[in-house]
Each structure stands twice: as C-alpha cells, then as structure tokens.
Design a protein around this ligand. Structure first.
Ligand code: MG
Length: 471
C-alpha cells in the first residue's frame, strides 16, 4: 500500500518545476513593463517642462499615473546604472563599476556575475514570463547575455550604439554628429544569435516597439504574469530615427528622436489598454543617466539640475520617472519622495508576492507605500558614485559632495572638498549655494552614514577592467 506521504512525494517528482515560493498568495502579481531610455535628461519631456519637445503619450501617462520629481539612478553612466536597475544593488557590490573604464566595451571580458539575482530571475522564480528588448550593456559574451540572466527571450543590441566604430569612419566627433549606419558595426541580437550587423539604427526604436507589442500580446493570451524590460538605444548618440520622425520636432534632431520614443510609449500603453490588462499592469518609464552634455545640441537637457551624464551632480543621476497602473497607482499625482531604480527589484518582488533576497545587501527599498499612495517612500538617502569612489551622499533634503569632478571632455580636475560642499536640494535644486558652514551637524550625520555605507561594501573582482585577450 502506498502511503499518502509517498503519493505526495511522487506527485512532487512528476509535477512541473518551479511552483514558486510565493510568500503572499494575496499579492496583486501585476505584469511589469520597465521602459528605460538612454541618456535622456531630467528636462527632456514636456511633462517635465521642456518647451519644444512634444511628448503627448508620456504626458498622458503622467496624468493617468504618477510623476516623480526626486527619482535617481544608481550611477551616471550606462553599465553601472543598468546593473543597479537589474540587481537592486549599487554596482560597487558586483564589480560592475570602474574608475578606469567607466562602462563595458566590445573588448571587455567581464559582465554581470551569475551570482547576482536579476529582476528577471527574481520574477521568473515567482512564475513570471520574462522578455527583454533593447540595449543590454551588462556583458556581450554569451554567458552574460539577457537569456542567461533570467530573460526567456531577447531582441536588441548588446552595448552602446557608438561602439564598434570602424577605423574607416571619419575621425573625431563628426562620425557621431553626422553618423551613417555603416560607421558602427554594432550587432542586433535575437537571444544569443546575430540577426543583423551593423544594426540599422534608424529602425531600432520602431522595431523594439513592434517586438514589445508582440511580446505583450503573446503573454496576454496566457495566464502567467509577465515582465517586459524595454531598454531603448536612443537618445544616446549617434542619433537615428525612422523616416516618419524626420524633422517632426521643433527641438530638431534630438527632439525627433525623443518624440519617436514617445510614440513608442503610446503604442505600448495602447496595446495594454486594448488587451484589457491595464488594471493588471504596472508600467514605469525612466532613463539610465543624465544628458550627454558634451554633444551640445545632440545631447539632452537636465532642466534646472546641474551638469549631466558622467557626473555626480544632480543632472547626472536624477531622472524623470513615471509610474502607471490604472486603478492602483493614483492618477495625476506628483511625488516629491525619494526613489531609485534599485528600489524596483524589492518593490516588484513584493508586489508579486515574493520576498526580496535576504542573503546579500540590497540597496533598494520597498516603494509600495508611495507607489500605491498609502504612505511615504522609505528612502531617505542616496549614494553617488563615480566609478568605484563615493563622491557624494544625500540624506533627506541635504547633499554633501566629498569630491567633485567635471564629466567627459570638460575640465577634468578632481577636487576633494574638506569640509564637503553642502546643498539643500529642495531649496536649491541647481546646487548653487554651499551651506556647509551653517550645518556642521548635517555634515557629521552624512559623514557617519558614508562611513557606515563604506563598511558594508565587500571587495569583489572588477568586471569592467579585464579585456578579451587579443589573439
Ligand atoms: Mg546612458
């Protein structure tokens, strides 16, 4: 006679894998769509005050959801910023930042370590279907690609669109500012295979959108929740757009590119509405880092924030952030609370009924109270790294700069400040008036927070510095 215990054991053996450990069966388990742009500034959307870039779809998204005004990324350049989004941790914890090589390049041997738990892996464990479309930039070697980091499928370019530049392209900036497709031998991948090389960059925004719509439609037919990560290649230079968006914007080329992304957001939200899954789907929109100011009119704008990409001034790391989930995220709300891309991992896992990883330091916090309109964000601090060095710390409204440095191509003087520069970011969002002399107690509190943080960082192998051996 077979005991009931044995039967239970047998049925466990033959049942499909991965009935995930859902800690909270009552959790809403929404679909999640993360739309992530590249080098878009805080001031580049009309709902964030841009006078001549028209973004009606993003403006509608903001009107139907939340528009956050103090939302941060984990670093001011691509690779470490994307690491923070995917892992819920500052990139210093995974070796995904460097003061020598700021991002991964086509000759890089490293990538996001397998030991990291990505947002995709965490949601997949909770029963989500996962798809990625767009720019990855967390390692282009096979073991580091999205399909080896928790995504069921991938369509996109593995690193930045200005990389793999051919030696035969014009010298200097002109190849970037007057680009041709053929100058950049960037591959377009489907999962781990090269689909096209060089990628036709004029069509990327459109094709990313078509792939995303296809993914959402396919998932909506099943009964699994889904996670889609759509990481646009644009508006990172070299700027390209579809024929339909040539000369449509009063802002010129850069505006054309952003307006095509706005169109894309409209397509995604319309698809979700038409499928009748809007009330089960959380969509967020943000960018990886601030505008690349050294590209003049081809770079974006951080609005009233100081500086841009590559810098630990606010313009490098504060981004637009919109959250949309009709019926759940309050409509038309402006949220001045602090939030960060690192918070999406714990927040999404909790919304899905799971528990965030407890075997490692997470820098992300649970944003559900602020997102659902039930209470304040628990985030009260932010750490600003340049490469592997902590340059500044925010605590409440105060931000202390221990070190400042101009980004790429400008005055590169690294200046250590003792005492640190101190700004009140809510009274002085442009970081113009140093008030360190008036607030020694604030400086002391920030200093001890910085010391405590440094003590929590363990040394790990650097992923950005090793290069593929030339043969
Ligand atoms: Mg970027």
């Amino acid at each position: 006679m077979i005991s009931s215990l044995m039967l239970a054991a047998l049925s466990l053996m033959v049942s499909p894998p991965a009935a995930p450990a859902v800690a909270d069966p009552e959790a809403p388990r929404p679909n999640l769509v993360v739309i992530f742009t590249d080098d878009l500034g805080y001031g580049d959307l009309s709902c964030y005050g841009h006078p001549t870039i028209a973004t009606p779809h993003l403006d509608r998204m903001a009107a139907e959801g939340q528009r956050w005004t103090q939302f941060y990324v984990g670093a001011s350049v691509c690779t470490p910023s994307r690491t923070a989004l995917m892992t819920g941790r500052l990139p210093i914890r995974s070796g995904m930042c460097s003061s020598q090589r700021r991002v991964l390049f086509p000759d890089s041997a490293g990538g996001l370590p397998a030991s990291e738990i990505t947002l995709a892996e965490a949601l997949k464990d909770l029963g989500y279907a996962t798809g990625m479309v767009g720019k990855w930039h967390l390692g282009h070697l096979p073991e580091y690609l999205p399909t080896n980091h928790g995504f069921d499928s991938y369509f996109g370019i593995p690193y930045s669109n200005d990389m793999d530049r051919l030696a035969s392209s014009p010298e200097g900036r002109v190849a970037i500012t007057e680009p041709e497709i053929e100058y950049f031998n960037v591959p377009l991948l489907q999962d781990t295979e090269i689909l096209e090389r060089p990628a036709d960059q004029r069509t990327l925004t459109r094709r990313y959108t078509e792939q995303s719509v296809r993914f959402i439609r396919a998932q909506a037919e099943g009964n699994q929740p889904f996670f889609l990560y759509l990481a646009h290649t644009m508006p990172h230079v070299p700027l390209f757009r579809s024929e339909e968006f040539v000369d449509v914007s009063r802002r010129g080329l850069y505006g054309d590119v952003v307006e095509e992304i706005d169109w894309s957001v409209g397509q995604i939200l319309d698809t979700i509405r038409v499928l009748g899954i809007a009330e089960e789907t959380l969509v967020v929109f943000t960018s990886d880092n601030g505008p690349w100011l050294t590209y003049d009119q081809q770079g974006g704008s951080a609005g009233l924030l100081r500086n841009g990409k590559g810098s630990t001034w606010e313009g490098g790391m504060r981004e637009p952030f919109l959250a949309w989930w009709p019926g759940t995220v309050p409509a038309g709300q402006v949220v001045p609370d602090l939030g960060a891309t690192m918070d999406l991992l714990p927040t999404a896992v909790l919304l899905a009924g799971g528990e965030p990883p407890s075997d490692r330091v997470l820098d992300g916090v649970d944003l559900r109270p602020a997102l659902l309109g039930t209470g304040p964000s628990p985030r009260d601090s932010m750490f600003y790294y340049r490469g592997t060095e902590l340059y500044a710390v925010r605590l409440g409204p105060f931000k202390a700069h221990f070190i400042t440095q101009e980004p790429y191509g400008r005055d590169t003087n690294r200046i250590e400040h003792d005492p640190p520069l101190l700004f009140h970011l809510e009274h002085d969002p442009s970081e113009r008036f140093d008030i360190s002399a008036d607030h020694p107690e604030v400086l002391a509190a920030i200093q001890s927070l910085a010391d405590e943080h440094r003590g929590s960082v363990e040394p790990v192998p650097n992923q950005l510095e090793p290069r593929i051996a030339a043969d």
